[in-house]
Design a protein around this ligand. Sequence first.
Ligand code: ADP
Ligand code: MG
Length: 340
Amino acid sequence: MSDEQTGGKSHMADAAIRIEGLRKTYRGGKGQPEKQALKGIDLTVPRGSVFGLLGPNGAGKSTLINILAGLVVKSSGQVSIWGFDQDQYPRQSRAAIGVMPQELNLDPFFTPRGALEVQAGLYGVPKSERRSDEILELVGLSDKAEAYARTLSGGMRRRLLLAKALVHHPKVLVLDEPTAGVDIELRQMLWTNVRKLNEQGMTIILTTHYLEEAQEMCDEIAIINHGEKVAQDSTANLLGRMDSRTMVILPDNPIADLPSAAGVEAALRDDGNLVLTYRSTQTSAEQVLEAVRQADIRIRDVRTEEADLEDVFLALTSSQVDAPVDDQDQPRRGIHRVKL
Ligand SMILES: Nc1ncnc2c1ncn2[C@@H]1O[C@H](COP(=O)(O)OP(=O)(O)O)[C@@H](O)[C@H]1O
Ligand SMILES: [Mg+2]
């Protein structure tokens, strides 16, 4: 065993990924200002987990992923992959990770099998250990093994990108927005494979801007926004912290009195809708509806409002989330509509 390997292994004990103080500033140019895409991120991804990196467009997810993949050079900070510091042990850290990028960057002149062979060559996988056919089978591309990449549909190209990320049997598989704009079949293929690979021991990191997706797939979630980490916790704990609910009722009769009940905020919107916010851990939907009946309000329609990530950030970062809505001009401000 070489010194390099021993050195790496001496601190391999714990995490799949460890990131400390990671910063990235993209240089400006052609009239563009510089951009601080990552502003000092600390992040630890446990081994064996399905880990979600959640954040809206522009949050810095791909920048972080591409730094892990060695495709973007960080400005400062430390990154280690499977215990190997990226700067000290570039080869080992790269070998430990496979990345399915967000962008479809395929050489149009390769067939899927050819692309996998080239990728395996790049990673120094010996011929005897190559499993191109098995991987093509896994991603459902067996019958396209000899088709040129340029003739593949968008969905098939994504499958091929996943296949390429797997050729060197990485410890950590990273999927950058794998389901953005894909059809249901491909989405199911991805999730089936993610679960299967995770059961076989692979650590999975996926980025998404869909809360539901992170919630469905991940054991642990980190949320980033504007290049900063807003929260990191087990999915269960995170959801527990986001127990706010909003019920919107279209009344069938003029409202004389707003419903009142402990733990329920009621406000009437300009559009005539009655907006009720409450915490699901303290108040049940039934109690909210009972308060509405008590106020002699008949319900023509009722719905809950969709969560969006901004609301989640508000819920996680603002100490004022429980403040009553007092600004009638902007009745939706301060209402967090986290529906989980
Ligand atoms: N090559 C680049 N040059 C300059 N700015 C970039 C570059 N890549 C990304 N950015 C900017 O960095 C920020 C983070 O982008 P990105 O990491 O792609 O976010 P996400 O993947 O979460 O949508 C965005 O403001 C984006 O415009
Ligand atoms: Mg991205």
